[in-house]
Design a protein around this ligand. Structure first.
Ligand code: COA
Length: 121
């Protein structure tokens, strides 16, 4: 089985300007409604936005390694299990043969993500 990886790191302050408007058009281009609901349910919104953005970039990198270049930020959704573990998936019917594994982390000023994609193209 083929494995590709992706990683990304993002400055959290990039998302500061969006934290008061869940309906900001720039956010809606990148994040799904459920992702925005999750991030805006948190005391500090921007680390969660930044971590998801890093996750989407990392997934796009891991897909590029397979020459897949038609997946956009909004085609990716990163939500959490009840225990907090993040789960990433592509929009319905996109590359159903691929399995995504993701880990996110954030500190005071940076958010980072690491992704593994498994499956044969
Ligand atoms: C879960 C835990 C490891 C997260 O570590 P942390 O340094 O606080 O979190 P970070 O800021 O680095 O990362 C946060 C991200 O981790 C992810 N995360 C949260 N809970 C998680 C879990 N249980 N497993 C894996 N990832 C988790 C989420 O994606 C979260 O970001 P998000 O809310 O934006 O999606 C930590 O809170 C914890 O529970 N530590 C105690 C572990 C322990 O003692 N276990 C022994 C049990 S007997």
């Amino acid at each position: 089985m083929r494995i590709t990886v992706g990683a990304d790191i993002v400055s959290i302050h990039r998302f500061q300007e969006f934290v008061h408007d869940i309906n900001h058009p720039a956010l809606k281009k990148i994040f799904t409604r459920d992702e925005l609901d999750y991030c805006f349910s948190k005391g500090a919104v921007e680390p969660h936005l930044a971590a998801r953005f890093a996750g989407k970039e990392a997934i796009i990198k891991a897909l590029y390694s397979r020459d897949i270049q038609d997946v956009w930020y909004i085609d990716i959704e990163i939500l959490n299990k009840r225990n907090g573990v993040p789960v990433a998936r592509l929009k319905k019917d996109m590359y159903k043969n691929l399995k995504l594994e993701i880990s996110l982390a954030h500190c005071e000023d940076k958010a980072t993500a690491f992704v593994i994609i498994l499956g044969d193209d």
